[in-house]
Design a protein around this ligand. Structure first.
Ligand code: F6P
Length: 551
Protein backbone atom coordinates (compact mmCIF):
# COMPACT_ATOMS: atom_id res chain seq x y z
CA UNK A 1 0.00 0.00 0.00
CA UNK A 2 1.32 3.38 -0.87
CA UNK A 3 -0.28 5.32 1.97
CA UNK A 4 0.78 4.89 5.57
CA UNK A 5 -1.35 3.37 8.29
CA UNK A 6 -4.09 5.41 9.92
CA UNK A 7 -3.65 6.01 13.63
CA UNK A 8 -7.07 4.67 14.66
CA UNK A 9 -7.20 6.94 17.70
CA UNK A 10 -7.40 9.95 15.38
CA UNK A 11 -10.60 8.78 13.70
CA UNK A 12 -14.07 10.12 14.59
CA UNK A 13 -15.22 6.51 15.09
CA UNK A 14 -12.59 5.93 17.79
CA UNK A 15 -13.81 9.02 19.58
CA UNK A 16 -17.39 7.81 19.25
CA UNK A 17 -16.48 4.37 20.63
CA UNK A 18 -14.61 5.94 23.54
CA UNK A 19 -17.72 7.97 24.38
CA UNK A 20 -19.91 4.87 24.15
CA UNK A 21 -17.50 2.95 26.37
CA UNK A 22 -17.50 5.68 29.00
CA UNK A 23 -21.16 5.14 29.74
CA UNK A 24 -21.29 1.48 28.83
CA UNK A 25 -23.14 -0.87 31.15
CA UNK A 26 -23.76 -4.22 29.54
CA UNK A 27 -27.23 -5.55 30.17
CA UNK A 28 -27.72 -8.77 28.29
CA UNK A 29 -30.91 -9.61 30.19
CA UNK A 30 -32.39 -6.23 29.30
CA UNK A 31 -31.19 -6.30 25.71
CA UNK A 32 -32.78 -9.69 25.15
CA UNK A 33 -36.01 -8.62 26.88
CA UNK A 34 -36.25 -5.41 24.90
CA UNK A 35 -35.46 -6.86 21.50
CA UNK A 36 -37.07 -10.15 20.54
CA UNK A 37 -35.15 -10.03 17.28
CA UNK A 38 -31.69 -9.64 18.86
CA UNK A 39 -30.56 -13.20 18.21
CA UNK A 40 -31.90 -13.25 14.65
CA UNK A 41 -30.27 -9.95 13.76
CA UNK A 42 -26.92 -10.85 15.34
CA UNK A 43 -26.66 -14.39 13.98
CA UNK A 44 -24.74 -14.76 10.75
CA UNK A 45 -23.71 -17.56 8.46
CA UNK A 46 -20.26 -17.94 6.91
CA UNK A 47 -20.24 -21.10 4.81
CA UNK A 48 -21.34 -23.83 7.23
CA UNK A 49 -20.49 -21.76 10.28
CA UNK A 50 -23.48 -20.49 12.24
CA UNK A 51 -22.18 -17.61 14.31
CA UNK A 52 -24.36 -16.17 17.08
CA UNK A 53 -23.12 -12.81 18.32
CA UNK A 54 -26.23 -12.02 20.37
CA UNK A 55 -24.57 -12.82 23.71
CA UNK A 56 -21.71 -10.43 22.97
CA UNK A 57 -21.41 -6.76 23.88
CA UNK A 58 -22.66 -5.59 20.51
CA UNK A 59 -25.41 -3.02 20.54
CA UNK A 60 -26.72 -1.11 17.53
CA UNK A 61 -24.82 2.05 18.37
CA UNK A 62 -21.60 0.12 19.10
CA UNK A 63 -21.90 -1.90 15.92
CA UNK A 64 -22.44 1.21 13.82
CA UNK A 65 -19.38 2.88 15.34
CA UNK A 66 -17.25 -0.24 14.85
CA UNK A 67 -18.24 -0.42 11.19
CA UNK A 68 -17.32 3.26 10.88
CA UNK A 69 -13.96 2.48 12.49
CA UNK A 70 -13.34 -0.23 9.89
CA UNK A 71 -14.20 2.20 7.13
CA UNK A 72 -12.06 5.01 8.58
CA UNK A 73 -9.02 2.77 9.08
CA UNK A 74 -9.23 1.30 5.57
CA UNK A 75 -9.80 -2.33 6.54
CA UNK A 76 -11.59 -3.19 3.29
CA UNK A 77 -8.90 -1.57 1.16
CA UNK A 78 -6.22 -3.50 3.03
CA UNK A 79 -8.22 -6.72 2.66
CA UNK A 80 -8.48 -6.15 -1.09
CA UNK A 81 -4.77 -5.38 -1.26
CA UNK A 82 -4.02 -8.67 0.51
CA UNK A 83 -6.17 -10.73 -1.84
CA UNK A 84 -4.61 -8.98 -4.84
CA UNK A 85 -1.06 -9.83 -3.76
CA UNK A 86 0.14 -6.34 -2.77
CA UNK A 87 3.19 -6.32 -0.50
CA UNK A 88 1.22 -5.60 2.66
CA UNK A 89 3.90 -7.30 4.76
CA UNK A 90 5.90 -4.10 4.58
CA UNK A 91 8.72 -4.89 6.99
CA UNK A 92 9.62 -7.96 4.92
CA UNK A 93 8.45 -6.44 1.61
CA UNK A 94 6.28 -9.46 0.81
CA UNK A 95 2.85 -10.29 -0.49
CA UNK A 96 0.53 -12.08 1.94
CA UNK A 97 -1.19 -14.72 -0.07
CA UNK A 98 -2.18 -17.70 2.04
CA UNK A 99 -5.59 -17.22 0.39
CA UNK A 100 -3.98 -18.23 -2.93
CA UNK A 101 -3.17 -21.65 -1.44
CA UNK A 102 -6.84 -22.51 -1.60
CA UNK A 103 -7.84 -20.96 -4.91
CA UNK A 104 -9.38 -23.50 -7.27
CA UNK A 105 -7.17 -24.69 -10.14
CA UNK A 106 -9.15 -22.74 -12.73
CA UNK A 107 -8.66 -19.42 -10.91
CA UNK A 108 -5.83 -17.13 -11.85
CA UNK A 109 -3.74 -14.69 -9.88
CA UNK A 110 -0.55 -13.14 -11.15
CA UNK A 111 1.74 -11.73 -8.50
CA UNK A 112 5.11 -10.17 -9.15
CA UNK A 113 4.83 -11.52 -12.71
CA UNK A 114 4.15 -15.11 -11.65
CA UNK A 115 0.91 -17.16 -11.96
CA UNK A 116 0.70 -18.28 -8.36
CA UNK A 117 -2.35 -20.51 -8.85
CA UNK A 118 -0.47 -22.68 -11.36
CA UNK A 119 2.46 -22.91 -8.92
CA UNK A 120 0.20 -23.84 -6.02
CA UNK A 121 -1.56 -26.61 -7.92
CA UNK A 122 1.67 -28.00 -9.35
CA UNK A 123 2.95 -28.53 -5.78
CA UNK A 124 -0.44 -29.74 -4.52
CA UNK A 125 -0.49 -32.39 -7.25
CA UNK A 126 3.01 -33.57 -6.30
CA UNK A 127 2.10 -33.61 -2.61
CA UNK A 128 -1.05 -35.61 -3.38
CA UNK A 129 0.78 -38.09 -5.57
CA UNK A 130 3.48 -38.64 -2.95
CA UNK A 131 0.88 -39.07 -0.20
CA UNK A 132 -0.93 -41.67 -2.28
CA UNK A 133 2.30 -43.62 -2.72
CA UNK A 134 2.81 -43.71 1.03
CA UNK A 135 -0.84 -44.57 1.72
CA UNK A 136 -0.90 -47.35 -0.84
CA UNK A 137 2.42 -48.82 0.23
CA UNK A 138 4.08 -48.15 -3.13
CA UNK A 139 6.54 -45.93 -1.32
CA UNK A 140 8.52 -48.11 1.06
CA UNK A 141 11.40 -47.79 3.44
CA UNK A 142 14.87 -48.81 2.35
CA UNK A 143 14.32 -52.43 3.39
CA UNK A 144 11.12 -52.66 1.33
CA UNK A 145 8.63 -52.41 4.21
CA UNK A 146 5.62 -50.13 3.88
CA UNK A 147 5.50 -46.93 5.94
CA UNK A 148 3.45 -47.12 9.14
CA UNK A 149 4.55 -43.98 10.97
CA UNK A 150 5.13 -40.49 9.62
CA UNK A 151 7.13 -38.16 11.86
CA UNK A 152 6.78 -34.45 11.14
CA UNK A 153 9.80 -32.50 12.36
CA UNK A 154 8.99 -28.80 12.55
CA UNK A 155 8.15 -26.02 14.99
CA UNK A 156 5.77 -23.05 15.15
CA UNK A 157 3.78 -22.85 11.95
CA UNK A 158 5.54 -25.94 10.66
CA UNK A 159 4.12 -27.96 13.55
CA UNK A 160 1.10 -26.37 15.22
CA UNK A 161 -1.18 -26.38 12.18
CA UNK A 162 -0.33 -29.92 11.04
CA UNK A 163 -0.67 -31.40 14.52
CA UNK A 164 -3.88 -29.51 15.26
CA UNK A 165 -5.50 -30.62 12.01
CA UNK A 166 -4.19 -34.19 12.34
CA UNK A 167 -5.86 -34.43 15.74
CA UNK A 168 -9.02 -32.67 14.56
CA UNK A 169 -9.49 -35.02 11.61
CA UNK A 170 -8.73 -38.22 13.49
CA UNK A 171 -11.91 -39.95 12.26
CA UNK A 172 -10.56 -39.59 8.71
CA UNK A 173 -7.14 -41.17 9.34
CA UNK A 174 -6.12 -44.14 7.23
CA UNK A 175 -5.90 -47.29 9.33
CA UNK A 176 -2.38 -48.53 9.83
CA UNK A 177 -0.79 -45.10 9.40
CA UNK A 178 0.07 -42.89 12.35
CA UNK A 179 1.68 -39.45 12.52
CA UNK A 180 3.89 -38.18 15.28
CA UNK A 181 5.25 -34.67 15.70
CA UNK A 182 8.62 -33.58 17.01
CA UNK A 183 9.00 -29.85 17.61
CA UNK A 184 10.83 -28.98 20.81
CA UNK A 185 14.61 -28.82 21.03
CA UNK A 186 14.20 -30.36 24.48
CA UNK A 187 15.62 -33.79 23.62
CA UNK A 188 12.80 -35.32 25.61
CA UNK A 189 10.47 -34.56 22.72
CA UNK A 190 12.43 -36.59 20.17
CA UNK A 191 13.23 -39.18 22.83
CA UNK A 192 9.56 -39.77 23.54
CA UNK A 193 8.33 -39.63 19.97
CA UNK A 194 11.00 -42.01 18.65
CA UNK A 195 10.33 -44.47 21.44
CA UNK A 196 8.96 -47.74 20.10
CA UNK A 197 9.26 -46.73 16.43
CA UNK A 198 10.50 -49.18 13.84
CA UNK A 199 13.02 -47.33 11.65
CA UNK A 200 12.21 -49.59 8.71
CA UNK A 201 8.59 -48.36 8.64
CA UNK A 202 9.15 -44.70 9.62
CA UNK A 203 9.14 -41.73 7.27
CA UNK A 204 10.43 -38.34 8.44
CA UNK A 205 9.15 -35.07 7.01
CA UNK A 206 11.42 -32.14 7.78
CA UNK A 207 9.09 -29.14 7.66
CA UNK A 208 10.67 -25.72 7.79
CA UNK A 209 9.84 -22.66 5.76
CA UNK A 210 13.35 -21.27 6.11
CA UNK A 211 15.19 -24.56 6.65
CA UNK A 212 17.30 -22.58 9.07
CA UNK A 213 15.44 -23.11 12.34
CA UNK A 214 17.72 -24.39 15.10
CA UNK A 215 15.16 -26.72 16.66
CA UNK A 216 14.09 -28.32 13.41
CA UNK A 217 17.55 -28.82 11.96
CA UNK A 218 18.85 -30.20 15.26
CA UNK A 219 15.93 -32.62 15.48
CA UNK A 220 16.30 -33.57 11.83
CA UNK A 221 19.99 -34.46 12.31
CA UNK A 222 19.17 -36.31 15.49
CA UNK A 223 16.47 -38.34 13.71
CA UNK A 224 18.79 -39.05 10.81
CA UNK A 225 21.39 -40.47 13.23
CA UNK A 226 18.68 -42.47 15.00
CA UNK A 227 17.54 -43.91 11.66
CA UNK A 228 21.02 -44.88 10.52
CA UNK A 229 21.90 -46.34 13.93
CA UNK A 230 18.76 -48.48 14.11
CA UNK A 231 18.29 -49.77 10.57
CA UNK A 232 19.50 -53.33 9.96
CA UNK A 233 23.26 -53.53 9.55
CA UNK A 234 24.44 -53.08 6.00
CA UNK A 235 21.73 -50.58 4.97
CA UNK A 236 23.17 -48.01 2.57
CA UNK A 237 23.03 -44.64 4.41
CA UNK A 238 22.40 -42.56 1.30
CA UNK A 239 19.58 -44.81 0.12
CA UNK A 240 18.19 -44.87 3.66
CA UNK A 241 18.02 -41.09 3.90
CA UNK A 242 16.50 -40.92 0.42
CA UNK A 243 13.71 -43.35 1.36
CA UNK A 244 13.08 -42.17 4.89
CA UNK A 245 13.49 -38.38 4.66
CA UNK A 246 11.46 -35.87 2.70
CA UNK A 247 11.26 -32.12 3.22
CA UNK A 248 8.91 -29.18 2.89
CA UNK A 249 10.49 -25.75 2.57
CA UNK A 250 10.81 -22.53 0.61
CA UNK A 251 14.61 -23.01 0.71
CA UNK A 252 15.08 -26.01 -1.55
CA UNK A 253 18.83 -25.35 -1.87
CA UNK A 254 19.24 -25.86 1.89
CA UNK A 255 17.14 -29.04 1.70
CA UNK A 256 19.60 -30.42 -0.85
CA UNK A 257 22.56 -29.42 1.37
CA UNK A 258 21.01 -31.42 4.19
CA UNK A 259 21.16 -34.47 1.91
CA UNK A 260 17.50 -34.82 1.04
CA UNK A 261 16.82 -35.71 -2.59
CA UNK A 262 15.30 -32.63 -4.33
CA UNK A 263 12.79 -35.01 -5.92
CA UNK A 264 11.48 -35.63 -2.42
CA UNK A 265 11.21 -31.97 -1.49
CA UNK A 266 8.04 -29.93 -1.71
CA UNK A 267 8.21 -26.18 -2.00
CA UNK A 268 6.16 -23.20 -1.07
CA UNK A 269 6.71 -19.47 -1.28
CA UNK A 270 7.81 -16.51 0.81
CA UNK A 271 4.30 -15.04 0.47
CA UNK A 272 3.01 -17.75 2.80
CA UNK A 273 3.66 -16.84 6.44
CA UNK A 274 4.72 -19.75 8.66
CA UNK A 275 1.61 -19.47 10.81
CA UNK A 276 -0.56 -19.36 7.67
CA UNK A 277 1.09 -22.35 6.01
CA UNK A 278 -0.77 -25.46 7.17
CA UNK A 279 -2.72 -25.53 3.92
CA UNK A 280 0.48 -25.49 1.84
CA UNK A 281 2.84 -28.47 1.46
CA UNK A 282 3.49 -27.98 5.20
CA UNK A 283 0.32 -30.05 5.56
CA UNK A 284 2.02 -33.08 3.99
CA UNK A 285 1.71 -35.23 7.12
CA UNK A 286 -2.02 -34.44 7.18
CA UNK A 287 -2.39 -35.27 3.48
CA UNK A 288 -0.78 -38.65 4.13
CA UNK A 289 -3.04 -39.27 7.12
CA UNK A 290 -6.39 -38.25 5.61
CA UNK A 291 -5.69 -38.47 1.87
CA UNK A 292 -5.57 -35.84 -0.87
CA UNK A 293 -9.34 -35.78 -1.34
CA UNK A 294 -10.02 -34.83 2.24
CA UNK A 295 -7.24 -32.26 2.11
CA UNK A 296 -8.84 -30.77 -0.99
CA UNK A 297 -12.16 -30.59 0.88
CA UNK A 298 -10.39 -28.73 3.67
CA UNK A 299 -8.92 -26.26 1.15
CA UNK A 300 -12.39 -25.73 -0.31
CA UNK A 301 -13.60 -24.91 3.21
CA UNK A 302 -10.86 -22.28 3.59
CA UNK A 303 -11.83 -20.84 0.21
CA UNK A 304 -15.51 -20.61 1.17
CA UNK A 305 -14.68 -18.35 4.10
CA UNK A 306 -12.10 -16.44 2.04
CA UNK A 307 -14.87 -15.64 -0.41
CA UNK A 308 -17.25 -14.76 2.40
CA UNK A 309 -14.66 -12.36 3.84
CA UNK A 310 -13.80 -10.91 0.42
CA UNK A 311 -17.32 -10.34 -0.85
CA UNK A 312 -19.86 -10.13 2.00
CA UNK A 313 -21.09 -6.65 2.90
CA UNK A 314 -19.66 -5.35 6.17
CA UNK A 315 -22.80 -5.75 8.28
CA UNK A 316 -22.94 -9.51 7.62
CA UNK A 317 -19.24 -10.20 7.25
CA UNK A 318 -18.43 -12.58 10.09
CA UNK A 319 -14.61 -12.25 10.30
CA UNK A 320 -15.00 -8.48 10.03
CA UNK A 321 -17.60 -8.39 12.80
CA UNK A 322 -15.63 -10.73 15.07
CA UNK A 323 -12.39 -8.80 14.55
CA UNK A 324 -14.11 -5.48 15.26
CA UNK A 325 -15.77 -6.93 18.33
CA UNK A 326 -12.35 -7.93 19.65
CA UNK A 327 -11.18 -4.35 19.11
CA UNK A 328 -14.19 -3.15 21.13
CA UNK A 329 -13.32 -5.52 23.97
CA UNK A 330 -9.59 -4.80 23.88
CA UNK A 331 -9.36 -1.09 23.30
CA UNK A 332 -12.53 0.20 24.90
CA UNK A 333 -13.65 -2.28 27.54
CA UNK A 334 -10.26 -3.31 28.90
CA UNK A 335 -10.16 -7.02 28.02
CA UNK A 336 -6.64 -8.43 27.93
CA UNK A 337 -7.36 -12.01 27.01
CA UNK A 338 -9.72 -13.98 24.83
CA UNK A 339 -10.75 -17.56 25.53
CA UNK A 340 -11.45 -20.08 22.78
CA UNK A 341 -13.39 -23.02 24.14
CA UNK A 342 -14.09 -25.81 21.68
CA UNK A 343 -16.77 -28.26 22.75
CA UNK A 344 -14.99 -30.87 20.70
CA UNK A 345 -12.23 -33.08 22.03
CA UNK A 346 -10.92 -33.33 18.48
CA UNK A 347 -10.10 -29.60 18.62
CA UNK A 348 -7.95 -29.94 21.72
CA UNK A 349 -4.95 -28.39 19.95
CA UNK A 350 -6.97 -25.59 18.35
CA UNK A 351 -6.31 -22.99 21.09
CA UNK A 352 -2.55 -23.70 20.90
CA UNK A 353 -2.68 -23.28 17.13
CA UNK A 354 -4.58 -20.01 17.51
CA UNK A 355 -2.03 -18.70 19.96
CA UNK A 356 0.60 -18.53 17.24
CA UNK A 357 -1.86 -17.35 14.61
CA UNK A 358 -3.19 -14.47 16.67
CA UNK A 359 -0.33 -13.54 18.99
CA UNK A 360 2.59 -13.82 16.56
CA UNK A 361 0.46 -11.81 14.13
CA UNK A 362 -0.83 -9.04 16.35
CA UNK A 363 1.64 -8.81 19.23
CA UNK A 364 3.20 -5.61 17.85
CA UNK A 365 3.96 -2.23 19.39
CA UNK A 366 4.63 -0.30 16.20
CA UNK A 367 2.54 0.27 13.10
CA UNK A 368 3.67 -0.95 9.69
CA UNK A 369 5.50 2.31 9.03
CA UNK A 370 7.46 2.00 12.29
CA UNK A 371 5.49 4.58 14.28
CA UNK A 372 4.61 3.59 17.81
CA UNK A 373 1.08 2.65 18.77
CA UNK A 374 -0.57 4.38 21.71
CA UNK A 375 -3.23 1.72 22.27
CA UNK A 376 -3.33 -1.97 23.14
CA UNK A 377 -2.88 -4.60 20.43
CA UNK A 378 -2.93 -8.39 20.40
CA UNK A 379 -5.01 -10.03 23.12
CA UNK A 380 -3.73 -13.18 24.82
CA UNK A 381 -5.61 -16.07 23.26
CA UNK A 382 -5.97 -19.20 25.33
CA UNK A 383 -8.34 -22.06 25.95
CA UNK A 384 -9.06 -25.71 26.50
CA UNK A 385 -11.85 -27.93 25.30
CA UNK A 386 -15.13 -27.97 27.17
CA UNK A 387 -16.20 -29.55 29.38
CA UNK A 388 -12.74 -29.99 30.92
CA UNK A 389 -12.27 -26.26 31.26
CA UNK A 390 -15.52 -26.00 33.20
CA UNK A 391 -13.84 -27.89 36.05
CA UNK A 392 -10.70 -25.80 35.90
CA UNK A 393 -10.84 -22.11 35.02
CA UNK A 394 -14.49 -21.28 34.29
CA UNK A 395 -14.90 -20.15 37.90
CA UNK A 396 -12.87 -17.07 37.08
CA UNK A 397 -14.86 -16.37 33.92
CA UNK A 398 -18.19 -16.65 35.77
CA UNK A 399 -17.42 -14.82 38.99
CA UNK A 400 -13.97 -13.28 38.70
CA UNK A 401 -13.28 -9.59 38.30
CA UNK A 402 -11.87 -9.67 34.80
CA UNK A 403 -13.59 -9.31 31.46
CA UNK A 404 -12.84 -12.45 29.44
CA UNK A 405 -14.68 -12.63 26.14
CA UNK A 406 -14.97 -16.24 25.00
CA UNK A 407 -15.72 -18.09 21.79
CA UNK A 408 -17.62 -21.35 22.22
CA UNK A 409 -17.39 -23.79 19.30
CA UNK A 410 -19.50 -26.93 18.85
CA UNK A 411 -20.82 -29.33 16.24
CA UNK A 412 -24.33 -30.69 15.87
CA UNK A 413 -23.20 -34.18 14.88
CA UNK A 414 -20.69 -36.08 17.04
CA UNK A 415 -17.59 -37.80 15.71
CA UNK A 416 -18.38 -40.72 18.00
CA UNK A 417 -22.05 -41.32 18.78
CA UNK A 418 -21.98 -43.10 22.13
CA UNK A 419 -24.74 -43.62 24.65
CA UNK A 420 -24.80 -44.04 28.41
CA UNK A 421 -27.88 -46.24 28.76
CA UNK A 422 -30.69 -44.10 27.34
CA UNK A 423 -28.61 -40.95 27.40
CA UNK A 424 -27.10 -39.69 24.17
CA UNK A 425 -23.77 -38.44 25.51
CA UNK A 426 -23.32 -35.89 22.73
CA UNK A 427 -26.60 -34.29 23.77
CA UNK A 428 -25.39 -34.14 27.34
CA UNK A 429 -22.20 -32.55 26.06
CA UNK A 430 -24.05 -29.93 24.02
CA UNK A 431 -26.34 -29.17 26.96
CA UNK A 432 -23.20 -28.07 28.78
CA UNK A 433 -22.24 -25.71 25.93
CA UNK A 434 -25.70 -24.14 25.92
CA UNK A 435 -25.81 -23.96 29.72
CA UNK A 436 -22.44 -22.25 30.02
CA UNK A 437 -23.14 -19.56 27.43
CA UNK A 438 -26.54 -18.97 29.04
CA UNK A 439 -25.11 -18.78 32.57
CA UNK A 440 -22.34 -16.43 31.45
CA UNK A 441 -24.77 -14.11 29.70
CA UNK A 442 -27.65 -13.98 32.14
CA UNK A 443 -26.16 -15.07 35.44
CA UNK A 444 -28.27 -15.59 38.54
CA UNK A 445 -29.42 -12.63 40.60
CA UNK A 446 -29.29 -12.41 44.38
CA UNK A 447 -33.08 -12.65 44.48
CA UNK A 448 -33.01 -15.80 42.40
CA UNK A 449 -30.43 -17.26 44.78
CA UNK A 450 -32.58 -16.30 47.81
CA UNK A 451 -35.63 -17.85 46.18
CA UNK A 452 -33.76 -21.15 46.28
CA UNK A 453 -33.62 -20.87 50.07
CA UNK A 454 -29.92 -20.04 50.32
CA UNK A 455 -28.88 -18.53 53.68
CA UNK A 456 -28.41 -14.76 53.44
CA UNK A 457 -24.72 -14.87 54.37
CA UNK A 458 -24.06 -17.09 51.33
CA UNK A 459 -26.15 -15.19 48.82
CA UNK A 460 -23.39 -12.99 47.43
CA UNK A 461 -20.97 -15.90 47.00
CA UNK A 462 -23.64 -17.82 45.09
CA UNK A 463 -24.76 -14.95 42.87
CA UNK A 464 -23.68 -14.92 39.23
CA UNK A 465 -23.32 -11.42 37.82
CA UNK A 466 -23.81 -12.52 34.19
CA UNK A 467 -22.94 -10.09 31.38
CA UNK A 468 -19.92 -12.21 30.46
CA UNK A 469 -19.81 -11.99 26.67
CA UNK A 470 -19.58 -15.07 24.47
CA UNK A 471 -19.73 -15.82 20.77
CA UNK A 472 -21.27 -19.16 19.83
CA UNK A 473 -20.01 -20.87 16.69
CA UNK A 474 -21.75 -24.02 15.51
CA UNK A 475 -21.47 -26.18 12.41
CA UNK A 476 -23.11 -29.43 11.33
CA UNK A 477 -20.01 -31.56 11.98
CA UNK A 478 -16.23 -31.32 12.16
CA UNK A 479 -15.57 -32.31 8.57
CA UNK A 480 -12.37 -31.35 6.72
CA UNK A 481 -14.30 -28.57 4.99
CA UNK A 482 -15.63 -27.15 8.24
CA UNK A 483 -12.15 -27.27 9.77
CA UNK A 484 -10.86 -25.20 6.86
CA UNK A 485 -13.70 -22.71 7.33
CA UNK A 486 -13.00 -22.37 11.02
CA UNK A 487 -9.30 -21.73 10.52
CA UNK A 488 -9.95 -19.19 7.77
CA UNK A 489 -12.42 -17.42 10.06
CA UNK A 490 -9.72 -16.90 12.69
CA UNK A 491 -7.09 -15.96 10.10
CA UNK A 492 -9.33 -13.21 8.81
CA UNK A 493 -10.54 -11.88 12.14
CA UNK A 494 -6.87 -11.64 13.14
CA UNK A 495 -6.29 -9.71 9.93
CA UNK A 496 -9.15 -7.31 10.73
CA UNK A 497 -7.78 -6.52 14.18
CA UNK A 498 -4.30 -5.90 12.75
CA UNK A 499 -5.71 -3.71 10.00
CA UNK A 500 -7.59 -1.50 12.48
CA UNK A 501 -4.45 -1.21 14.58
CA UNK A 502 -2.37 -0.35 11.51
CA UNK A 503 0.21 -3.01 12.31
CA UNK A 504 2.02 -5.52 10.10
CA UNK A 505 0.32 -8.76 11.15
CA UNK A 506 2.64 -10.81 8.96
CA UNK A 507 6.14 -10.30 10.34
CA UNK A 508 7.52 -11.69 13.61
CA UNK A 509 10.64 -9.74 14.50
CA UNK A 510 9.89 -10.24 18.16
CA UNK A 511 11.15 -13.81 18.03
CA UNK A 512 14.62 -12.90 16.77
CA UNK A 513 16.45 -11.54 19.81
CA UNK A 514 16.03 -14.71 21.86
CA UNK A 515 17.29 -16.80 18.93
CA UNK A 516 20.42 -14.63 18.56
CA UNK A 517 21.18 -14.64 22.26
CA UNK A 518 20.79 -18.42 22.49
CA UNK A 519 23.52 -18.78 19.87
CA UNK A 520 25.77 -16.28 21.65
CA UNK A 521 25.26 -17.86 25.06
CA UNK A 522 25.66 -21.43 23.95
CA UNK A 523 29.47 -21.62 24.54
CA UNK A 524 29.04 -20.24 28.08
CA UNK A 525 26.60 -23.03 28.90
CA UNK A 526 29.24 -25.53 27.80
CA UNK A 527 31.89 -23.94 30.01
CA UNK A 528 33.46 -21.06 28.05
CA UNK A 529 34.38 -18.75 30.94
CA UNK A 530 35.08 -15.73 28.72
CA UNK A 531 31.62 -15.80 27.16
CA UNK A 532 30.09 -16.42 30.59
CA UNK A 533 31.89 -13.36 31.99
CA UNK A 534 30.25 -11.16 29.31
CA UNK A 535 26.77 -11.98 30.64
CA UNK A 536 24.71 -10.03 33.16
CA UNK A 537 24.86 -11.16 36.79
CA UNK A 538 21.58 -13.06 36.76
CA UNK A 539 22.43 -14.97 33.59
CA UNK A 540 25.91 -15.82 34.94
CA UNK A 541 24.34 -17.11 38.12
CA UNK A 542 21.83 -19.28 36.23
CA UNK A 543 24.58 -20.76 34.08
CA UNK A 544 26.63 -21.46 37.22
CA UNK A 545 23.65 -23.17 38.81
CA UNK A 546 23.36 -25.42 35.75
CA UNK A 547 27.06 -26.26 35.81
CA UNK A 548 27.00 -27.12 39.50
CA UNK A 549 23.97 -29.38 39.15
CA UNK A 550 24.34 -31.00 35.73
CA UNK A 551 25.67 -34.19 37.22
O1 F6P B 1 10.47 -18.24 15.36
C1 F6P B 1 9.20 -18.05 14.84
C2 F6P B 1 9.05 -18.72 13.52
O2 F6P B 1 9.75 -18.02 12.55
C3 F6P B 1 7.59 -18.85 13.13
O3 F6P B 1 7.08 -17.73 12.54
C4 F6P B 1 7.63 -20.05 12.25
O4 F6P B 1 6.36 -20.61 12.08
C5 F6P B 1 8.57 -20.93 13.03
O5 F6P B 1 9.53 -20.05 13.56
C6 F6P B 1 9.24 -22.03 12.26
O6 F6P B 1 9.94 -21.52 11.17
P1 F6P B 1 10.40 -22.44 10.00
O7 F6P B 1 9.19 -23.04 9.37
O8 F6P B 1 11.15 -21.55 9.06
O9 F6P B 1 11.28 -23.52 10.56
Amino acid sequence: MSTGPVDPTTTPAWEELAALAAGFTPDLRGWFDDDAGRTASLTHQAGDLHVDLSKTFLRDDVLAALLDLAAQTGVVERRDAMFAGAHINTTEDRAVLHTALRLPADASLTVDGQDVVADVHEVLDRVGAFAERVRSGTWTGVTGKRIETVVNIGIGGSDLGPVMAYEALEPYHQDGLTCRFISNIDPTDAGQELKGLDPETTLFIVSSKTFGTLETLTNARLCRSWLLDHLPAGSDPEAAVAQHFVAVSTALDKVAEFGIDPDNAFGFWDWVGGRYSMDSAIGLSLVIAVGPERFTEMLAGFHTVDEHFRTTPAADNVPLLMGLLNVWYTNFLGAHTHAVLPYSQLLHRFPAYLQQLTMESNGKGVRWDGTEVSYDTGEVFWGEPGTNGQHAFYQLIHQGTRLIPADFIAFARPAYALADGDTDVHELFLANFFAQTKALAFGKTADEVRAEGVAEDLVSARTFPGNRPTTSIMAPELSPGVLGQLIALYEHLTFVEGAVWGIDSFDQWGVELGKQLAQQLRPAVSGDADVAAEQDASTQSLIRYYQEHRG
